[in-house]
Write a protein that binds this ligand. Structure first.
Ligand code: CDP
Ligand code: MG
Length: 154
């Protein structure tokens, strides 16, 4: 059974320095899901640590925070987007590809645009995408105010 879902996409600083935000949004159009919220965020450490709190104990946590806050990529910002559509979470994760860019399918966003950061070994994964309904709800609430989401379904 198909379900209408909302999911959070973050276009990360590595994608911003590569100037591929447009390509990523263009690929997302092909999924036939609807953009219902979008903003540019200068990510502070506190938001970064909350967003990635599940990885707090991982060896790559420090570099992950430096990555998402732009410290590894010229202090770049993040574009945060909420999409809504049928099976949006799974559809987006499939387009995004697996976490290690070297192993991601060549046609996926990470296969096309991702790489392993040479100095830190940080996986430059180009985008973040929610991986479950529960995490999508938590993440959308963390990144967006209620009135920043456009709801045309009334
Ligand atoms: O992003 P995704 O949900 O696919 O992967 P994750 O396991 O939740 O990891 C979050 C992020 O941590 C990744 O997108 C990478 O940027 C980073 N990471 C890393 O730098 N090195 C790893 N070995 C694993 C993840
Ligand atoms: Mg994850």
């Amino acid at each position: 059974m198909q379900m209408i879902q909302q999911t959070l996409i973050l276009i990360k600083p590595d994608a911003m320095v590569k100037k591929i935000a447009g390509n990523i949004i263009s690929d997302l159009y092909n999924l036939d899901i609807k953009m219902i919220g979008l903003k540019l965020v200068n990510v502070q450490k506190e938001l970064a640590e909350q967003h990635y709190s599940e990885h707090r104990e991982k060896p790559f946590f420090g570099d992950l925070i430096k990555h998402i806050t732009g410290e590894l990529h010229n202090q770049e910002n993040v574009i945060a987007i909420v999409y809504e559509g049928e099976d949006a979470i799974e559809k987006v994760r499939k387009l995004v590809g697996c976490t290690n860019p070297d192993e991601a399918e060549p046609y996926s966003l990470r296969g096309k645009y991702g790489k392993i950061h040479t100095k830190t070994n940080c996986h430059e994964t180009v985008v973040h995408a929610s991986d479950s309904k529960e995490n999508a709800e938590k993440e959308i609430e963390l990144w967006f105010e209620k009135d920043e989401i456009i709801n045309n379904n009334f």
